[in-house]
Write a protein that binds this ligand. Structure first.
Ligand code: PMP
Ligand code: GLN
Length: 394
């Protein structure tokens, strides 16, 4: 356990500074290529950027309505209908949030009693553990293991206790790049229905799946719509991670509960960016499929570079990220040390997966690289990483 941080509530002891802040600062300090924090290095569609400029110039700079501007709520509903056949009422079943991050936090705060258990997939996106802790709840982990990172259904069943309140699921999954299969989704649905659990699904990478892998929202499975809150965000789909426009869809009573928590966290956010994300969600199918094709090509460039460098690469089916086992290059398997030395050794920043595990030892030898960068940047990173080959890593 790290040293106790003065003043910080016991609920947040041990959380420290996020790894993304630490590694992005290291990238800036060393001038290294930042394949750590997942954000793209190109702008999104001009229609989306123009709509934001128009909204700012058009005076849409005051508080938007609490649940989000009507055109965004309508666009979210139309998007869920177009891609997944899911129907929602834009007035009662949709809430716009300050990114998916606030949606997850508000869901935990709104729905969990102190001492409730939340079952999460491990490795776990870092904000989930903090959100669960702030709600006074307890995380229970179901670990996805390499090389396949498939769901262990028996482990999922074993994780549920009488205190379980919620399943918090993420697919496409950060950091592993796993996309849950129809069988895995059916198993989750069966457990949720059997134990009458609320399911919160984080689908921010919904449009970033590769090789024909389909993203299927859990809410589309039988018995799931009435118990599922589906969370997404415009950040990854429209290259606008700094705008923090997220949303929650689900049955009215669950959305109302989340709205109660959300209104006292931020009340509202991103006024002029909300109509811009609405414009993005209305783009033709070709925009979304083109984005996935572009990211798949970037994945291929980075995976090839990582393989050439000598890492064991776990090829992802989705997201911005690929995880590698570093032990062929660094037999001591110390991913944190590798990430701290990599910018100095070869000018590339990555993120140590150990921060995504309850017991860091489980992910100690694993490191995550983001391929949300232009192909020429990834080629450059690959060339830099190739210098490590055979030399080992300091
Ligand atoms: N969930 C996952 C799985 C993520 O990887 C991220 C980071 N992009 C977020 C949520 C945060 O999304 P947002 O920026 O919309 O808050
Ligand atoms: N979701 C991004 C990632 O996993 C980081 C977001 C953040 O910095 N909190 O890299």
């Amino acid at each position: 356990m790290a040293d106790r941080v003065p003043y910080l509530t016991s609920r947040l002891q041990g959380f420290g500074t996020t790894i993304f802040a630490e590694m992005s600062a290291l990238a800036v300090a060393t001038g290294a290529i930042n394949l750590g924090q997942g954000f793209p290095d190109t702008d999104g569609p001009p229609e989306v950027l123009d709509a934001a400029v128009d909204a700012i110039r058009g005076g849409r700079n005051q508080y938007p309505p609490g649940r989000g501007v009507p055109e965004l709520r309508q666009a979210i509903v139309a998007h869920q209908q177009r891609w997944y056949g899911l129907a929602h009422d834009p007035d009662t079943e949709v809430l716009v949030t300050a990114g998916a991050t606030e949606a997850v936090a508000a869901a935990c705060l709104a729905l969990c009693e102190t001492g409730d258990e939340v079952v999460v997939l491990e490795p776990t996106y870092d904000s989930y553990q903090a959100s669960i802790a702030m709600a006074g709840a307890t995380p229970v982990f179901v670990t996805l293991r390499p090389p396949g990172y498939r769901l262990d259904v028996d482990a999922l069943r074993g994780a549920v206790t009488p205190r379980t309140r919620m399943l918090l699921v993420n697919s496409p999954h950060n950091p592993t790049g796993t996309v849950l299969t129809p069988d895995e989704l059916a198993a989750i649905a069966a457990v949720a229905c059997e134990h009458d659990l609320i399911v919160v699904t984080d689908e921010v990478y919904e449009h970033l799946t590769y090789d024909g892998t389909a993203h299927v929202p859990l809410a589309t499975l039988p018995g799931m719509r009435e118990r599922t809150l589906t969370i997404s965000s415009g950040g990854k789909t429209f290259n606008t991670t700094g705008w923090k426009v997220g949303w929650v869809c689900g049955p009215a009573e669950l959305v109302t509960a989340v709205t109660t928590a959300k209104q006292f966290l931020t009340y509202v956010n991103a006024g002029p960016f909300q109509p811009a994300i609405a414009a993005g969600l209305a783009l033709p199918d070709a925009f979304f499929t083109g984005l996935a094709a572009q990211l798949a090509a970037q994945r291929d460039v980075l995976c090839a570079g990582l393989e050439d460098a000598g890492f064991t690469v776990f090829r992802p089916q989705g997201t911005y990220f690929v995880t590698v086992d570093i032990r062929p290059l660094r037999p001591d398997g110390d991913g944190m040390a590798l990430c701290r030395s990599l910018p100095h050794d070869c000018g590339v920043v990555a993120v140590p997966n150990q921060v995504f595990y309850a017991d860091p030892a489980t992910g100690r030898h694993l490191v995550r690289f983001s391929f949300a960068k232009r192909p020429e940047v990834l080629e450059d990173a690959a060339a830099r990483l190739a210098k490590l080959g055979g030399k080992g890593v300091s």
